[in-house]
Design a protein around this ligand. Sequence first.
Ligand code: PPS
Length: 342
Amino acid sequence: MGFLKTNSNELRMFECNDKKMEEVLGSDKIKELLEHKEYKEEIVMHEYKGVIFPLDTIKPSVLQALETWEARPEDVFVVSYAKAGTTWIQEVVSAIANGGDLEKLNKSHTFFRVPFIEATFFAGLDVCSCLLVESHLPGHLLPPDVFKKKARIVYVTRNPKDMCVSYYYFHIMNPTLPTPKSWNEFFDDFYSGKIMYGPWWEHFLFYWNLRHEPNVLFVKFEDMKMDLKAVVERVSKFMGYTISDDVINGIVDHCSFASMKKNPMTNPDGLFDQAHKKLDQQKKGNASKEGVTLVEPKQEKISFMRKGKVGDWRNHFTVAQNEAFDAFVHEKLAGSGLSFDF
Ligand code: PPS
């Protein structure tokens, strides 16, 4: 178990005990951080080595510091393109690492048990990795030491049509991201990869091409939907844990969509609630206005745990969009062997 510091080139590691871990990972910590965040009218994006990021939440300095992140072979990196089911597999990985001890899991939020390494709100904190971390970074931006030390990578992916829809709603509900003007505009940006985290097909293919490495496990959202128990078993075997059938069943239950949605320690909505509360206060003039302007009003009722289904794209894609997208996926993934259930 160790600490990692993401905002400097001196990435420190030291032993931590449960007490220290609770201090750092206490669920109130993230609320505090979000409450102090000031939301801006315009979300400024920046490009780092060919990939687009929001300047406030994923800073160039953090991305640069990650280039010298020291990994350990026993680390587990949960990696994905955004909206692929990251939070879901994060909870699975954390549950396995904690031997399915639900009481322990429910003491802090998933986001703190499996910290999001490139997010600026973790920079400057000593984040206890518990050996588990999360990243959406494409292969060329993930700390090179992860590959050198052969740290374990659990890569989760999802059919890109559903990812596009999920990402669209995420941009609408998340005050730190630009609000799309329309579904059509968002579709075009996603399609062409002109979006946070860049071209999704390149992201997929980088990790897909590593799938036979012993330190890489490639998981699909659709397989988790079809048979979560089988995926939990695969992940626990990959992580080197032998877990009883009862514990596996407990993890499967804990990680169902319904359980994760109603559990404040797995549903990220509570974290966004803090952000929305802050926005409301700003709107009503109750919060300090110094240096603060407001983002466009967001539709606050969209849940992070929105539908959790396969095939919701059918309710959004036009026939023409679907045809164009199919042809594009076919072209980009041709010859790779990677395919999706839509
Ligand atoms: S993020 O912001 O990139 O980390 O988002 P990510 O966690 O990758 O993806 C969010 C989508 O995953 C769905 N989700 C689940 N589906 C089924 N079961 C469980 N347990 C589960 N947990 C999260 C979540 O609902 C988002 O998908 P959509 O389609 O928007 O509902």
